[in-house]
Design a protein around this ligand. Structure first.
Ligand code: S3P
Length: 170
């Protein structure tokens, strides 16, 4: 038994899959953005606006450091979380990391309707959004690829992920 971390860019489907896997495995699940919002009493977009990104990244670090390493949790991590404060290493120490890989074009299609709640992509034109996703992915990809399990889009179903997790736990 171990903590499980779902990793990937905005729009990869981390939260939806975390919920589904957790109910099938009878694990608890958490979403780092939601936990930070509860704790701060502010939406992520407001935290960025009022306190700035560096403050938000420090909250992400604290959230991960405060996790109980022995609790069996599925955690949906914010898209940038593993890429700051060397948290990818921390996640790999704390449990099973699973990267939900998607191409920039797929991510673009998936996030373009829901940019307002995401401060890093709010108010971008379609062209700016695709460019932002491509350039940010270029920087983040090598970090995401340090995950223990890398899942392509065809395998991003709860059933397949559970099978991969069970193989890893064996
Ligand atoms: C971010 C992703 C968001 C949220 C914040 C910053 C990022 O989470 O943490 O807006 O840096 O990619 P989701 O990946 O859940 O959208």
């Amino acid at each position: 038994m171990s903590n499980i971390f779902l990793i990937g860019f905005m729009g990869a489907g981390k939260t939806t899959l975390a919920k589904k896997i957790a109910s099938k495995l009878s694990y608890k699940w958490l979403d780092s953005d939601q936990e930070i919002e509860k704790q701060e009493g502010m939406k992520v977009s407001e935290i960025f606006e009022v306190r700035g990104e560096a403050y938000f990244r420090s909250l992400e670090k604290k959230f991960i450091e405060d996790l109980n390493p022995n609790e069996n949790l599925i955690v949906a991590t914010g898209g940038g979380l593993p890429c700051f404060h060397a948290l990818m290493d921390t996640l790999n120490e704390l449990g099973i990391t699973i990267y939900l890989e998607r191409t920039p074009k797929e991510l673009f299609q998936r996030v373009k309707q829901a940019t307002n709640s995401r401060p890093l992509i709010a108010h971008k034109t379609d062209e700016e959004l695709l460019e932002y996703i491509e350039s940010t992915m270029e920087k983040r990809r090598e970090i995401y690829l340090q995950s223990k399990i890398i899942v392509d889009r065809f395998s991003q179903t709860p059933e397949k992920l559970i099978e991969l997790i069970q193989n890893e736990l064996r």
